[in-house]
Design a protein around this ligand. Structure first.
Ligand code: CP3
Length: 355
């Protein structure tokens, strides 16, 4: 394998010194880019992009080619590949988000779910990882990812996106044993899926717990964090002679940072509702932090974006341990010029915080 030419993302996750604060954007390959929309039209639809390793590689590279400031690439795929591989039949209705042909409602449904084999059932993802690694040729590290068991379960039980999580919350309180069986199967599936990505070439992994912040404090511990902790303890943490850092991102998890920092990961993703300097003092030396600009700041003018970047950098303060990112994914309406202004501002304004 080629040596990494730019490893500041991996170094910051491990709190090793860096020259400037590394940066990437959640959903950096997406609909705000005209070249992405062109590739999607050529492939036919979103899932065809994900399932064809050549297309997945093409769109992964697009933001890197446009923005030389990006310090990491992220695998182009989706978190819902796992429920699809469990036989639920994922499809996307234009403008409506994800849907499943089969919904999980009963204990019998859960008992019947298989645990996917990453190579047999999700081979297209493993192939995408190795294809992207080859194409990157050491330019920047490649991030692999998965959804958290709780977040995946919300889509599987609700049958798609949900506003109130009515079905899964009823299941959680009416039938906690069934809920635990589903989450345990998902934790096993996620562990082998992420380990498969690491063996195929992912150099860091992120677990997206998009809906964990919708639980009560007690339910978060029992039904989301416990399973992420279990996954983290089963992951391959060193490969190709380097540490493979793990990032946990619970959206709206700001109230629980101390306990998330104890789950065994290397870094926590922060949404924009917490102050990053305050988060740093709460988690201490246990973990690095990734985040946390409100993605809607990108609707403002470049000068305002730059000011907000400066404010977040000043709040984090001096030293390594910060990966700059948005607090959630970049939205389709953002002007690509504004994303460029954001990325440039991070590198230009952060040098003063590093020796
Ligand atoms: O960050 C990246 O660039 C990597 C690619 C990536 C996608 N989805 C591509 C995608 C990643 C990391 C995800 C994760 C994902 N998928 C999450 C967790 C992170 C988050 O955003 O909270 C969730 C909840 C999903 C499920 C999902 N996929 C939804 C709800 C939707 C529809 C919502 C929307 O934005 O329209 C998707 C579709 C999706 N996944 C798109 C992309 C680029 C848009 C599809 C399109 O091109 O039409």
């Amino acid at each position: 394998m080629t040596a990494l030419k730019n490893d500041r993302f991996l170094r910051a996750l491990l709190k090793q010194p860096v020259d400037v604060t590394p940066v990437w954007m959640m959903r950096q390959a997406g609909r705000y880019l005209p070249e992405y929309r062109a590739s999607r039209a050529k492939a036919g639809d979103f899932m065809s992009l994900c399932m064809n390793p050549e297309f997945a590689c093409e769109v992964t590279m697009q933001p890197l080619d446009r923005y030389p400031q990006l310090d990491a690439a992220i695998l182009f795929s989706d978190i819902l590949t796992i429920p699809d591989a469990m036989g639920q039949g994922l499809y996307f209705e234009t403008g409506e988000g994800p849907r499943f042909k089969k919904v999980v409602s009963t204990l019998a449904d859960i008992e019947a779910l298989p645990i996917p084999d990453p190579h047999k059932d999700l081979g297209y993802v493993m192939d995408a990882v190795s294809t992207i690694r080859r194409e990157l040729n050491g330019r920047v590290p490649l991030i692999g990812f998965s959804g958290s068991p709780w977040t995946l379960a919300t889509y599987m039980v609700e049958g798609g996106s949900s506003k109130d999580f009515r079905k899964i919350k009823a299941m959680l309180y009416d039938n906690p044993q069934a809920m635990h069986l589903l989450l345990d199967k998902l934790a096993q599936s996620v562990t082998s899926y992420l380990n498969g990505q690491i063996m195929a070439g992912a150099q860091a992994v992120q677990i997206f717990d998009t809906w964990g912040g919708n639980l009560s404090a007690a339910a978060y511990q029992e039904f989301s964090l416990a399973y992420m902790r279990k996954i983290v303890s089963g992951l391959i943490r060193e490969h190709e002679g380097r540490k493979v850092p793990v990032i946990l991102f619970t959206k709206n998890g700001g109230l629980w940072l101390e306990s998330i920092a104890d789950a065994g990961a290397d870094a926590l993703g922060l949404d924009w509702t917490c102050d990053i300097g305050n988060a740093r003092s709460r988690v201490g030396d246990k973990v690095s932090l990734q985040g946390n600009m409100d993605p809607t700041v990108l609707y403002a003018k470049p000068e305002a974006i730059r000011a907000e970047v400066g404010r977040i950098l000043a709040s984090y303060g001096k030293g390594s341990g910060h990966v700059f990112n948005l607090g959630h994914g970049i939205t389709p309406e953002v002007d690509p010029e504004h994303a460029g202004a954001f990325l440039r501002a991070v590198h230009e304004l952060s040098a003063q915080y590093h020796e």
